[in-house]
Design a protein around this ligand. Sequence first.
Ligand code: FES
Length: 127
Amino acid sequence: MYSEKVMDHFKNPRNMGEIPDADGIGTVGNPVCGDMMEVYIKVKDKCIVDIKFKTFGCGAAIATSSMVTELAKGKTLEEAKKITRANVAESLGGLPKIKMHCSNLAADALHHAIEDYYKKQKIEEAK
Ligand code: FES
């Protein structure tokens, strides 16, 4: 069964939506079930000042996306890079074993968004 925290984040997801002028976007698909997640970040002085997500997936995927945005908001990019798949699941009080693959999406999407930000920065610097 899902923990109370998972149910809370599923029913009241934090930071859901899109950032139209995001500095970095991470998109991942879950090879196990085909669900999709997108994470948008806004960066200032190497800190994640805003973060939002869009998830087309199961309840566990929505809860983990919501949790990862809470974990990453206000962190430096270096700190946010260290948020692991396990951190996300632990912060939600654990997930049923068959749902662990869902929690992978959130951390991966965050890391992709950070990589995307760095990539865009390099392009800007080269201009
Ligand atoms: Fe697809 Fe959970 S079943 S992300």
